[in-house]
Design a protein around this ligand. Structure first.
Ligand code: GLV
Ligand code: MN
Ligand code: MN
Length: 412
């Protein structure tokens, strides 16, 4: 089979999708179920249909674009990622796996390949947690790791329920029906930018992911006492932001002192109320995101954070409430899919590194219901979740070629 990636078309599609954004270019912002997300979905659906794929969407908006194999009853081979983007993001996170996956399928068709198992491009809904607080919404529901009942309780920052939001966006049906039947996928492969610096530093063009680190996140609400910035003397204060500052540094310290570089912790949201220069902060809302390849060590950081909250609460007489959002297990890639990817790298004479994904991905949840592995390409300086995220056309095309080859092996 003559497998050729149409690099120019793929890269121009990445640019077109990047322009469907609520961010000031080059920043990309595409939050799930906004008009912009719906426009991007419609554009993508048309590209899949133009490519001869049959498209369906489930009740949460996960999109499946299928190329039927000669044995349509056999489990499918899946590939894909997400197109939602956090505020002020780049062009490549998720998108490379979606448009690269589509181009891999087109290249296989052009090359005259005939799959036995159907090959399906899967575009997951809301990999990013921006709107509903929890990431990987689509894949959590597909895998059954999040029940329909629990999903229905999710609300966005404006208090709108996921049921209302998705229905307004045109997604009907019952969330109970999203979970995939057992054995739906024979294998699932996700192409993604690395979102870290290792491939670039090691001058290696590809990474084959052998495991995905365990993520956990929570919301933290701190209630102190407000008052006049001039009138309230220091001994009488219960400043919620000062409590938050102590807590943020304690979380950083707990991660730094875990004894492993694999422990990472981030406070990415800090909302201060009332937010006036001459008013003592009475309320602060924080988020915390804590991850590790070792879930026990990660949970140790969470416990240290909880103990610190108790101490700060007692010392400063503020109330601190922690609302856990998720605490997921790590995922191991399936040896069979790792082997298909590694063999495809070797066949195309491409060096690769076995690696850990420190970012989470929908593959974390797909691994609960299918043999999964991921393929990483480098991104400049390891930058991601920022507007200057960049992956070169060569690296994108190389990853897409290896993906196509692995899909061929897995579906033959
Ligand atoms: C995914 O975007 C992550 O935060 O790892
Ligand atoms: Mn992301
Ligand atoms: Mn991603």
């Amino acid at each position: 089979m003559n497998l050729e990636i149409d690099r120019d078309r793929l890269c121009s599609e990445i640019e077109v999708l990047a322009a469907i954004s609520d961010g000031e270019p080059p920043a990309v912002t595409r939050i799930v179920f906004t008009p912009t997300d719906l426009k991007a979905r419609a554009w993508l659906r048309a590209r899949c249909e133009d490519s001869g794929l049959t498209v369906r969407q489930d009740a949460i908006g996960n999109t499946f674009a299928r190329w039927n194999g000669s044995d349509p009853a056999a489990p499918a081979v899946g590939t894909g990622s997400h197109i939602d983007a956090i505020p002020n993001a780049g062009k490549y996170d998720g998108v490379v796996g979606v448009l690269g996956g589509l181009e891999a399928i087109r290249a296989l068709r052009r090359g005259g390949f005939r799959p036995t198992n159907s090959i399906e491009l899967l575009v997951f809904t809301s990999e990013e947690p921006t709107r509903f607080g929890i990431g990987c919404l689509g894949s959590r529901l597909l895998s059954g790791s999040l029940s329909a009942e629990a999903a229905k309780r999710l609300k966005d920052g404006d208090g709108e329920s996921i049921e209302d939001v998705r229905r307004k966006a045109g997604f009907r049906g019952d969330l109970d029906e999203v979970k995939l039947p057992g054995g739906y996928y024979q294998a699932f492969v996700e192409l993604h930018i690395e979102q870290g610096p290792i491939l670039e530093r090691q001058q290696t063009p590809l990474g084959v992911v052998t495991s995905i680190a365990a993520p956990a996140s929570m919301r933290i609400a701190i209630e102190g006492a407000g008052g006049h910035a001039g009138g309230v003397l220091m001994p009488d204060r219960h400043d919620a932001l000062c409590a938050a500052a102590e807590l943020i540094l304690a979380i950083e310290n707990a991660a730094r002192s875990s004894g492993a570089v694999d422990t990472v912790a981030t406070v990415g949201i800090c909302e201060v109320f009332p937010g006036a220069i001459n008013s003592i902060p009475s309320r602060v809302r924080l988020s915390a995101d804590i991850r590790d390849t070792n879930p026990e060590r990660r949970d140790g950081v969470i416990r240290a954070m909880e103990n610190t909250c108790n101490a700060i609460s007692a010392n400063r007489r503020v109330a601190i409430h922690i609302e856990p959002l998720n605490a997921d297990a790590p995922a191991e890639s399936a040896p069979s899919v790792v082997e298909a990817l590694s063999n495809a790298c070797r066949k195309h004479q491409q060096a690769f590194l076995p690696m850990i994904s420190r970012a989470y991905h929908d593959s974390l949840f797909m691994s609960l219901i299918a043999p999964v592995a991921m393929l990483f390409i480098p991104c400049r300086n390891g930058y991601s979740h920022r507007p200057d995220e960049y992956a070169s056309p060569e690296d994108i095309a190389r990853g897409t070629l290896v993906l196509a080859d692995a899909l061929a092996t897995l579906s033959a």
